[in-house]
Ligand binder design. Structure first.
Ligand code: SIN
Length: 517
């Protein structure tokens, strides 16, 4: 948990302004932010179809001011058990009483309500996560796009007919919901990571128990309120915010939960998969990345720079698909580095609420410390700061800010080559040949995303096939969309989200053999 950084504010007086359902506005040390619909700022859990106030709460921080934004219900194991039981009881009724079309209609309505409240949700998201208001609005639209996508997919849950080898026999399949799904999501996309999981689950006819990220629970609670308003039966969605990891483990051990979908670190993913194996739950894991970006000599340098800017600095570098290692071929190294530095110099760090800001703070102080350690390690082994750099005071004053930084002369021996920075650090490695760079790019236990830039069509197809990742961007840094399968290989996890594959993660296939005599 981040420690309080001194900025002269009195956290307890802020709390009295922001607590509870009587909230008029969200306040931090400096400002009060008005919501159009104040009822969207919720601090309760949602269990058994009811908003549930808890005596025990945990603090949620605003990264831009390093102050407390509010206090949210801290669910215990008993709350998780109640939520799971209620979801378990509700699920068969939900599936049996609704057609795919009816579930699609509810999801479509939820999508519409989210978009109608885009400004308020974006404000909540911006305050608790730190990303810029423009990015937050973009994330709300991105989150809604998964709901509208799966509203359509709900109506297209096909089975097949199979020629039987037995005489006078018809054989076919139907898809059924897997049951209660435990949903565990990260703070970097407080809206989109929830909807990317629960929209397909609900479309399939499952019920869900969500453990939202403790850093950013407010967005999830606001989305839940709108889901219920959209007509989704209350007990099909349960939300248990908590800081108590042990309590949340109930999701992976309780036999009534049939599926776990987790986005987060590889270590936690492995631990959850191990626990879930005891009751043979289906598991989807979207875990850490260490994305390579390869810029070949024949690339359009401006296109490559823009691709790197998007893939590296989106959400201040805090995405699993962010460029972590930038390999540039010797012939264009100097030109590429100069142009990247010129673009990074245009970034503006600050509070996400300031419309001129392009880079919000990192999520907490530990995130700033990690970048600082990556930079120090690289410099001690011969890298050079081309732009930015971090001083010992970064992250110690108001807000968890970390300057966008470009390093050159980075090599495989440096920590940044093997460890996901999860921040605005762009390390440039030089390479000579295609063979060499593919060996370097694949030399990691991770395999989530990879990008490269070339104008050679043969190379484009060859390198795309040889990169050991789940998602490839060729001449682009933008690979995420509702229709694109999202997921990794190796220790970046398994399962695919979004796309035509996303709903089957929440379904089982039943075969039906009918004797026709
Ligand atoms: C993530 O960082 O896990 C999600 C990024 C995305 O959806 O683009």
């Amino acid at each position: 948990m981040p420690e309080i950084l001194s900025n002269g504010s009195d956290a307890s007086s802020l709390l009295s302004q922001v607590r509870g359902g009587t909230l008029e506005a969200i306040s931090n040390a400096d400002m009060t932010y008005q919501l159009k619909d104040r009822s969207l700022f919720i601090e309760d859990a949602f269990i058994g179809g009811e908003w549930t106030t808890k005596e025990k709460t945990f603090e949620v921080w605003e990264p831009a001011s390093a102050t407390v934004l509010g206090k949210v219900a801290n669910c215990d194991q008993d709350d998780f058990r109640k939520a799971i039981q209620s979801a378990f009881d509700a699920q068969p009724k939900f599936f049996e009483s609704t057609t795919g079309t009816a579930r699609g209609v509810m999801l479509r309505k939820w999508n519409d309500l989210i978009l109608a409240n885009q400004e308020d949700i974006a404000l909540i998201l911006c305050l608790e996560n730190g990303k810029t208001l423009a990015e937050a609005k973009g994330e709300v639209a991105y989150a809604a796009s998964f709901i509208s996508w799966f509203a359509e997919e709900a109506t297209r849950s096909y089975g097949v007919t199979i020629p039987s080898s037995y005489p006078n026999t018809s054989l076919s399949t139907i898809r059924e919901p897997i049951g209660v799904c435990g949903i565990i999501t990260p703070w970097n996309f407080p809206a989109a990571m929830i909807t990317r999981k629960i929209a397909p689950a609900l479309a399939a006819g499952c019920s869900v128990v969500i453990k939202p990220p403790s850093e950013t629970p407010y967005t999830c609670l606001a989305l839940t309120k709108l889901a219920i308003e959209a007509g989704l039966p209350p007990a099909t969605i349960q939300v248990c915010p908590t800081k108590d990891r042990q309590a949340a483990l109930e999701l992976s051990t309780n036999p009534q939960v049939r599926k776990i979908s987790f986005t987060g670190s590889t270590n936690v993913g492995k631990m959850l998969a191990g626990l879930a194996a005891k009751t043979l739950k289906r598991v989807s894991l979207e875990l850490g990345g260490n994305a390579p970006v390869i810029v070949f000599d024949d690339a359009d340098i401006d296109v490559a720079v823009e691709g790197v800017m998007f893939s590296k600095f989106r959400c201040s570098g805090q995405t699993c698909v962010c460029a972590n290692r930038i390999y540039v071929q010797s012939g264009i190294l100097k030109a590429f580095t100069e142009r990247l530095v010129a673009r990074v110099a245009q970034l503006k760090m600050g509070s996400g609420l300031d419309p001129t800001t392009t880079q919000g703070p990192l999520v907490n102080k530990a995130a700033v410390t990690k970048i600082s350690e990556h930079i120090s390690d690289a410099l001690s082994k011969g890298a050079k700061v081309e732009f930015g750099g971090i001083s010992k005071d970064d992250g110690k004053e108001k807000g968890f800010f970390c300057p966008p930084t470009v390093l050159s002369g980075v090599t495989a021996k440096m920590v940044v080559a093997n460890d996901e920075s999860f921040g605005p650090l762009a390390p440039i490695f030089e390479f000579g040949s295609e063979e060499e760079v593919l060996r370097l790019a694949n030399d990691t236990e991770f395999g989530l995303a990879g990008y490269f830039f070339t104008r050679d069509i043969g190379k484009a197809h060859r390198v795309a096939r040889r990169l050991e990742v789940g998602m490839v961007g060729v001449n682009t840094g933008k690979i995420s969309a509702a229709e694109a399968p999202f997921g990794g290989v190796k220790e970046s996890g398994y399962g695919r989200e979004g796309s035509l594959y996303g709903m089957e993660e929440y379904q089982t296939i039943k075969s039906i053999t009918v004797s026709t005599v």
